[in-house]
Design a protein around this ligand. Structure first.
Ligand code: B16
Ligand code: MG
Length: 221
């Protein structure tokens, strides 16, 4: 990796960060809630299937979970299952606190801000504002684009394009940070550069595939 390349070569002005799996680890809570819902329905579900749900909207996630379900479900029954999962998930979110924001993530965000970058959230989650509040980042970001202001989920670029619009920064001058392959595809589809951590980094889905969040400081001066 060549340090400083993003600012010099791409005139990078803003960083749009995914929430679940990047800023905090609500991905484990998603897994536990989907697992409980699937067990209740008698559908096989494991962590490998769960990886396919990263960055994907709630209803699209449900369709993936139901791939192993042999029965028939009406739209109303599907919505009730999604609601059931969300209620379980929200119970976990209530227990979150600023202690769930790692020192590494907070200090890296603060350093990026001190270097002059605008910072935004680009998350598929409708629970994003509540999660940010819980971990002490309510009001921290310059813009929040999330599941409440989009009609198409990642890998569609809508959530990131809207974040760039809110920041008044051209897409080509934004760097997306993602843990999901679908999220990395969304960033690229929006004409943005992409740095990946976690699952998406293991899949080499980004222009930069990082071994830690802090390594972002070597990508953007
Ligand atoms: P909700 P992200 C995504 O958040 C999650 O990765 C994905 O697993 C979830 O289904 C989606 O949000 C919707 O979440 O049910 O809370 O609206 O990674 O885009 O920050
Ligand atoms: Mg994510």
């Amino acid at each position: 990796m060549t340090p400083f390349v993003e600012r010099i070569m791409f005139n990078m002005k803003a960083i749009i960060l995914d929430l679940d799996g990047v800023i905090c680890h609500t991905d484990e809570y998603h897994y536990l809630a989907w697992k409980a819902m699937a067990d209740g329905l008698g559908v096989y579900f494991d962590r490998e299937i769960n990886n396919r749900l990263r960055g994907v909207s709630r209803m699209a996630s449900l369709e993936i979970v139901l791939e192993n379900y042999t029965g028939q479900l009406s739209q109303a029954e599907k919505e009730a299952l999604a609601e059931q999962k969300n209620e379980l998930y929200k119970e976990s979110l209530k227990q979150m606190s600023p202690a769930d924001l790692s020192e590494e993530v907070k200090s890296t965000l603060d350093t990026l801000r001190s270097r002059g970058y605008k910072l935004a959230i680009g998350s598929s989650s409708k629970n994003a504002p509540f999660i940010l509040q819980q971990i002490g980042l309510g009001g921290y970001f310059d813009a929040i684009s999330d599941g409440n202001n989009i009609t198409r989920s990642k890998p569609d670029p809508e959530v990131f394009v809207k974040a760039a619009e809110m920041l008044c920064v051209p897409c080509a001058e934004c760097l997306v940070v993602e843990d999901a392959v679908a999220g990395a595809q969304a960033g690229h589809a929006g004409g943005m550069r992409v740095a990946c951590v976690g699952d998406a980094a293991a899949e080499k889905a980004g222009d930069y595939n990082l071994t830690s969040f802090r390594e972002l400081l070597e990508v953007v001066l």
